[in-house]
Write a protein that binds this ligand. Structure first.
Ligand SMILES: [Zn+2]
Ligand SMILES: [Zn+2]
Length: 263
């Protein structure tokens, strides 16, 4: 979860090109270290069953901000199972177009979910298996509901034969181009008469507050992964750990060897 948020905000902050960006790059690297040391499961995985409501984040991703149910679609994660089947090529190209339209018309919504595909990882595909489209999200007006899908569904459909729920696909086929006025009108209509917050700009202040919260969460996590040297007190980070035997660690600062199991 933290990982996804950090990547997510990295994507948005990169558009702002300043200190915030550099700080996020360093956080993301640290998260990478955590990944390499096996703590990633707890951090990275978020599975949201199709057609359920979930408070993934504040703003338009918070169901409470909507007057109709906000239903999540396509937030898959290994090892949870999902429905498979055939999505027509017409629908798939429509979804493709919607993801790129959302990315350019509402870049502020592109911050949640630059995900790795945990199914690809689990099946042994090397690397981080990043799904590039997953940094974009689409809000799709339905019949007295609104769906929010990750752009990652393109990969899940194409590579893993994922079949999204029929009601969602019906809404996709009817959805106007996301960069059009018709789309804004359709979303307003689905959220009876009120402009949903996903059509508003994300403020700089909000972004900074969220980034600060992520930073402290990640730093906290890093701390819990450190091993203190019993001799000099140096906080040995996971990246610095050097095992000299199966249960002994050598402190990189003072050279003291001690059993990690006794700590
Ligand atoms: Zn995959
Ligand atoms: Zn030491």
């Amino acid at each position: 979860m933290v990982t996804k948020k950090a990547f997510a905000y990295l994507s948005l902050a990169s558009k702002m090109g300043d200190l915030l960006y550099r700080e996020l790059v360093s956080v993301t690297r640290s998260v990478g270290e955590i990944y390499n040391h096996g703590a990633y499961k707890e951090l990275a995985l978020v599975h949201i069953p199709d057609l359920t409501s979930f408070r993934y984040h504040e703003g338009p991703f918070d169901p409470e901000k909507w007057l109709v149910p906000l239903l999540y679609v396509g937030w898959l994660e290994h090892p949870q199972s999902f429905t498979t089947g055939n999505v027509t090529s017409t629908l798939l190209s429509k979804l493709n177009a919607m993801v790129s339209q959302s990315n350019s018309a509402y870049p502020g919504l592109s911050f949640l979910g630059w995900e790795s595909c945990s199914f690809c990882i689990a099946s042994g595909v090397p690397g981080w298996c990043v799904i590039s489209e997953s940094c974009t999200n689409i809000f799709v007006p339905g019949n007295r509901v609104v769906y929010v899908a990750t752009g990652g569904i393109l990969h899940y459909i194409e590579t893993h034969s994922y079949l999204p729920p029929a009601d969602f696909l019906a809404a996709v086929s009817k959805c106007p181009d996301i960069d059009s006025n018709e789309y804004r009108a359709a979303l307003r209509l689905a959220n009876p008469g009120f402009t949903p917050s996903c059509l508003e700009e994300v403020s700089r202040e909000h972004l900074e507050k969220t980034v600060a919260a992520i930073l402290s969460e990640v730093k906290q996590k890093q701390k819990s992964l450190n091993t203190p040297c019993p001799k000099c007190g140096h906080q040995i980070t996971p990246a610095e750990i050097r095992r000299v035997s199966w249960d002994e660690i050598e402190c990189p600062k003072c050279g003291h060897r001690f059993s990690a199991a006794k700590l």
